[in-house]
Design a protein around this ligand. Structure first.
Ligand SMILES: [Zn+2]
Ligand SMILES: [Zn+2]
Length: 123
């Protein structure tokens, strides 16, 4: 899906759990492109510009379950104000109730469960 669509779905979910996350915006930056070049499994970062999730161009090529899993994980970092991967993942699993897993070393979520949660959130 479009990066903008994945962002709006995941932000809708994240803001349900933590209304402060409704103000988070997305950005593109040279640093995240460089990080992706160096380490192809890196598609996003947070804690660069306050209030933003920076997203690499190639993110848009990922399949939907990876796009949603990665962004939910990034919202987890912001919600927990922690750089630790297990804190971000625990927030997705426990606070959002979405069974995040890792496939091919990337965050992955079952799309049906995300869509179902989103429909509950946005009638
Ligand atoms: Zn950045
Ligand atoms: Zn992370």
């Amino acid at each position: 899906m479009k990066t903008s669509e994945a962002f709006s779905i995941t932000q809708g979910l994240a803001a349900l759990a933590d209304p402060d996350l409704a103000d988070i915006r997305r950005s593109a930056c040279k640093a995240v492109e460089a990080a992706h070049e160096e380490s192809p499994r890196v598609f996003c970062h947070v804690f660069h510009e306050p209030g933003f999730i920076c997203i690499a161009q190639d993110f848009e090529e990922l399949d939907d379950p990876f796009q949603l899993g990665i962004l939910l994980h990034e919202f987890g970092h912001l919600a927990t104000e922690s750089e630790k991967e297990n804190h971000a993942d625990a927030w997705v699993r426990e606070t959002l109730g979405i069974p995040l897993e890792y496939r091919e070393t990337l965050e992955w979520v079952p799309i049906e469960e995300v869509q179902e949660s989103y429909r509950r959130l946005v009638p």
